[in-house]
Design a protein around this ligand. Sequence first.
Ligand SMILES: Nc1ncnc2c1ncn2[C@@H]1O[C@H](COP(=O)(O)OP(=O)(O)O)[C@@H](O)[C@H]1O
Ligand SMILES: [Mg+2]
Length: 236
Amino acid sequence: MSETIITLERVSKVYQVGEENFTALDDVSLEVGEGAFMSFVGPSGSGKTTLLNLIGGLDRPSTGNVLFQKHNLDAMSRSQLAEYRRENIGFIFQTYNLLPVYSVYENVLFPLLLNGLKESRVKERVENMVLKVGLKEQLHKKPAQLSGGQCQRVAIARALVKDPKLILADEPTANLDSENSYQILELMRELNHEFKSAVIFSTHDEKVTRYIRREVRLEDGKISWDKRRNGTEIET
Ligand SMILES: Nc1ncnc2c1ncn2[C@@H]1O[C@H](COP(=O)(O)OP(=O)(O)O)[C@@H](O)[C@H]1O
Ligand SMILES: [Mg+2]
């Protein structure tokens, strides 16, 4: 049994919209093991982004607890949460969020500089990471000179380069055609295996779920099922 990296205990998120309360997540409990490769699947509006944001410490639950290893994120101040994100989490977004004026190399270097590392000490690590995602020839190109699939590879390299415990990817393939989507998921799966960072990504695309060992389906902010590939289907 692997150690638990993320625990959600009866997590709900209620947004206030004008006079009304809207429940985006409703009493979600979940455990994620170290090195997991899993996804939140569900239609638009089912709560996937909200859930990833709570796990990533970008937002706080209305009720319930989010624990990273044994640490309750709710007990952390804003600056402690920022440190939690910087040290432990790699984020990947649907729209890549690369810095347009920087090269591929510089985009991947950036999180290491933020973590206080010197370029001279990590240059080789950054170049190797770019190599691993298959962009050797693009090392000094800018994002505008790359395809969507290549941009997402840069984002994967940038997320992994600091060797985080957890990668959170919100609809990483939503802007890609199916061929590129498969390649990106294949790459993420290979790197998950090699680096042992847990990967949680969200998708509303049923086609991509064959890459996933564990699939948690959300409907209207609730877990409707939690399925493991070579295991049993658990109705919740
Ligand atoms: N900041 C917010 N204020 C009000 N409602 C929100 C906010 N963020 C998300 N929601 C609502 O919560 C629900 C879940 O949203 P979200 O987590 O983005 O779903 P998904 O990522 O699965 O599309 C949606 O109905 C959305 O409109
Ligand atoms: Mg979303």
